[in-house]
Design a protein around this ligand. Structure first.
Ligand SMILES: Cc1ncc(COP(=O)(O)O)c(C=O)c1O
Length: 429
């Protein structure tokens, strides 16, 4: 389909966009000339919702006013603060409120989940991940294997993209994974995969992967760092065993903010499951009796260790309320698909062979993020990324060769996408 490449068309799309006013709920960084940046890095660090700032300031005021009594006083007392986030966080990943808790950070939660759900036994000792997993996930898995005194080479199975004519493809092929599950399923204890691959933006078929793995007795966990706040998911119905995600990307809660953790009800109600324990996971009724008999809460909260950093939780509450203001994930996803499709069509129409989009085109296989490679002979992708930055466009560079561009439905406009392509075209010339 031929796309209308005019600015007027982008403006018209913005006029018709039911979410256009959501941008005013965010702080948009400025360029040196005072104009808004073209910000496409919500896949790395989401922008600040005004409500996040408001709630953090209110929390600071409560601390000023109540001191320690803030644990119990005020509209949002700190003691149960994480509980205020459970329903909305669960809705984001398609879970029950009791299956989700905001705690720690992403890699810490991955470790905690592996303590519980990676229990090598007999010949079932392997963990399957993807070959280009985010380094932290790779390190976490590697160190878990070492923790169990297992040989990493033998026990870490890697799902890689295919090699065609001596060149490795970028995208993962699900059939290859299903064959690994068929052939080696009896030896695999855990599959840990991303919902969205961070480099290519490819969405994995979490439902089918879980079904196939379970049929072979394998537990399945997902790293939803790039999926939470980006895709619609059904963690509960898909029977996923556990999932972890950070809150600073599409969940706009600030750098290093507290992370999310999903533990399916079939596990979370089982208080006998092996875990690393701390007092915040202990039964709420008797927590302050200060006895030393750990009794896990029979929900995802039973995996908490410490009393959480409430300043961060306040920012998350602001972000979740902002997502609710927009109408929730299905509304965001509708715009996201349309906006990223527009961006990809415009890139293809205007930049032709100079740019290769490696993100899959099909709706079901992509989220917000569009990953680009510069293919002009003699032009360096990193230099292009730097040139974009100098011209007010914030994208994200990932070694070895990709510019990641994430038009986010909450605050990016069609005009942002149009200007991105215009500026990239100028840089390429
Ligand atoms: C897919 C993925 N996994 C893990 C991490 C590490 O997250 P954290 O530093 O919050 O543990 C990131 C961070 O960007 C990520 O994108």
């Amino acid at each position: 389909m031929r796309i209308d490449s005019t600015l007027a068309f982008a403006q018209e799309l913005d006029t018709q966009d039911p979410l256009a006013n959501m941008r005013s709920h965010f702080a948009i960084p400025k360029q040196a000339n005072g104009e808004d940046e073209y910000y496409f890095t919500g896949n790395s660090l989401g922008l600040q919702p005004k409500l996040a700032r408001q709630y953090v300031i209110e929390l600071l005021d409560d601390w000023q006013k109540h001191g320690v009594k803030g644990h119990f006083e005020g509209d949002y007392p700190w003691m149960p603060y994480h509980e205020f986030l459970a329903r909305q966080s669960a809705a984001l990943v398609g879970a029950l409120a009791e299956e989700v808790v905001m705690m720690n950070s992403l890699t810490v939660n991955l470790h905690l989940m592996m303590v519980s759900f990676y229990q090598p036994k007999g010949k079932r000792t392997k963990i399957l991940i993807e070959d280009h997993a985010f380094p932290s996930d790779h390190y976490a898995v590697e160190s878990q294997l070492k923790h169990h005194q297992l040989d990493v080479q033998e026990n870490m199975l890697l799902w890689s993209p295919r090699v065609r004519n001596g060149v490795q493809e970028e995208l993962l092929n699900h059939d290859d994974l299903y064959q690994m599950i068929d052939r080696q399923g009896d030896e695999i204890a855990l599959i840990l995969l991303p919902g969205v691959q961070y480099y290519t933006g490819q969405v994995l078929d979490m439902k089918t992967i879980t079904e196939k793995a379970h049929a072979k007795g394998i537990l399945v966990g997902f790293d939803l760092a790039h999926a939470a706040g980006n895709l619609e998911m059904q963690m509960h119905d898909w029977q996923v065993d556990f999932a972890c995600w950070c809150s600073y990307k599409y969940l706009n809660s600030g750098a290093g903010s507290v992370a999310g953790c999903f533990i399916h009800q079939k596990h979370s109600r089982n208080t006998d499951i092996n875990r690393f324990a701390g007092w915040w996971g202990h039964d709420k009724e008797s927590r302050f009796k200060m006895e030393n008999n750990f009794k896990a809460i029979g929900t995802a909260e039973g995996w908490q260790l410490s009393n959480p950093p409430v300043l961060s939780l306040a920012a998350i509450r602001g972000s979740l309320d902002t997502i609710d203001l927009a109408g929730g994930m299905s509304v965001l996803r509708q715009k996201s698909l349309k906006l990223s499709q527009y961006l990809m069509d415009l890139i293809e129409a205007e930049l032709g062979d100079s740019i290769r989009i490696i993100t899959p085109k099909a709706d079901a296989e992509r989220g917000c993020q569009v990953s680009l490679m510069v293919t002009v002979e003699g032009l360096d992708g990193k230099a292009m990324f730097d040139a974009l930055e100098e011209n007010g466009v914030t994208t994200d560079w990932r070694e070895p060769n990709v510019i990641r561009v994430a038009p986010v439905p909450l605050y990016n406009s069609y005009q942002d996408a149009w200007h991105f392509v215009r500026i990239l075209k100028e840089c390429l010339q």
